[in-house]
Design a protein around this ligand. Structure first.
Ligand code: PLP
Length: 386
């Protein structure tokens, strides 16, 4: 039946993340592989969505989203991102950050265009680009600092490069791009006339008092940037499929058109739910941060204690641990051994790089209940003493 398969899907296989989930279920392990984020949704958000359903707010919204929500997003952008976006023409509510990313690349890029992806990468960026017929290009940022230099960036650009993806805070590394790095990005993007596509879904999950810088606010980047934001992680609503995209009107017009064609709109009653969430006081975000900080610190201490040196994440809720010295041939073998022997599932670092750079790493996700984290730490400790 392969005659019916799109050429764009050739070579695309089930991700290691899903494979590890299946393996984890087989051995009844703790799944710290997939970033499921099964924490409770704030009741104010669920209640607002339920009330929207009960009051029949169930029809299509504008393709760009319910106007009240876009106004609330505009205020949030001004307060937390220092972005001044017009809620009428510069914001589109999307089916998750993923829907925003897909709509963006289909609206603004053409098959054969080069899209520069920094690795370690989030594999959806790569695979969605492949399905869109783009030419993925890679810029390897090296552990443990994952620093972006002008030299590296220039060297990674090809004559057909049209766009760069910047995920900050990053999945899987937890790296947050600092102002100097973003200035480099601004300078080079201007020089080569590149579109910048950000993924800021983890903007509120960051550690040690760090601030998030939205790339669109640096230098002249606003004019050439599509900022993709998500609510899945901020409100623990990964299954709701809610996100939004922000860009100057001349780009947003095309993105909204594609959003309409693919999705018509994001789920209307859920848009009302997240509007209530975005009105929560900033103390909500403070407590989100401190709860993740505790988990990050616990898991990093446990990893350190068993010689799987953690690359301490600055943001997001994953940690890359260095396992290269433990004697495994590949990261996949290391992940499988840790699953079989400690009952803790992780993702092999090779899932986040094209070349060998990931073979000495595994990724652990700590977006779990405190008890699950405690149990994972206990199991890792025991494993370390075998
Ligand atoms: N972007 C990054 C970097 C992610 O890690 C994830 C989920 O793990 C997503 C996007 C998915 O976002 P959404 O649920 O809003 O589609």
């Amino acid at each position: 039946m392969t005659k019916f398969l799109s050429k764009a899907l050739e070579g695309l296989v089930q991700s290691d993340i899903r494979k590890m989930t299946v393996e984890c279920e087989r051995v009844g392990g703790l799944n710290l592989g997939q970033g499921i984020c099964d924490l409770p949704t704030p009741p104010i958000i669920s209640k607002a969505a339920i009330s929207a359903i009960e009051s029949q707010k169930s029809t299509y919204s504008y393709a760009e989203g319910v106007i009240d929500l876009r106004q609330i997003i505009a205020k949030k952008l001004e307060r937390d991102n220092l972005i001044n976006a017009d809620p009428i023409s510069e914001i589109c509510v999307t089916v998750g950050a993923t829907g925003g990313f897909a709509a963006t690349i289909h609206a603004l890029l053409n098959p054969g265009d080069g899209i520069l992806i920094m690795e370690p990468y989030y594999s959806y960026h790569l695979n969605i680009a492949r399905v869109a017929g783009l030419d993925p290009q890679f810029l390897t940022l090296s552990p443990p600092r994952f620093s972006l230099t002008e030299e590296k960036l220039r060297a990674a650009i090809s004559p057909n490069t049209k766009a760069v993806v910047c995920c900050t805070p990053s999945n899987p590394s937890g790296k947050m791009f600092d102002e100097n790095e973003l200035k480099i990005l601004a300078k080079v993007a201007h020089e080569y006339d590149l579109l910048l596509i950000t993924d800021e879904i983890y903007e509120y999950i960051r550690y040690d008092g760090r601030s998030h810088i939205s790339p669109a606010t640096v230098g002249e980047l606003w004019e050439r940037t599509v900022s993709i934001m998500g609510l899945s992680k901020t409100f623990s609503i990964t299954g709701w499929r809610m996100g939004y995209t922000v860009a100057p009107a001349y780009l947003m017009k095309a993105i909204t058109l594609v959003n309409d064609l693919y999705y018509i709109c994001a789920p209307t009653p859920l848009q009302h739910g997240v509007a209530a969430g975005l009105n929560m006081p900033t103390s909500y975000y403070d407590s989100l941060q401190s709860s993740y900080q505790t988990k990050r610190d616990k898991i990093c201490t446990a990893l350190d204690g068993v010689g799987m040196t953690p690359i301490i994440p600055q943001g997001a809720y994953y940690v890359l641990a260095q396992i290269g010295h433990l004697g495994f041939d590949t990261a996949h073998q290391a992940s499988m051994a840790i699953l079989e022997e400690a009952g803790v599932a992780s993702v092999p670092g090779s899932s986040f790089f094209q070349g060998e750079a990931g073979e000495g790493l595994i990724r652990i996700c700590f977006a779990m209940d405190e008890e699950v984290i405690e149990e994972a730490c206990r199991r890792l400790k025991e494993y370390g003493h075998i």
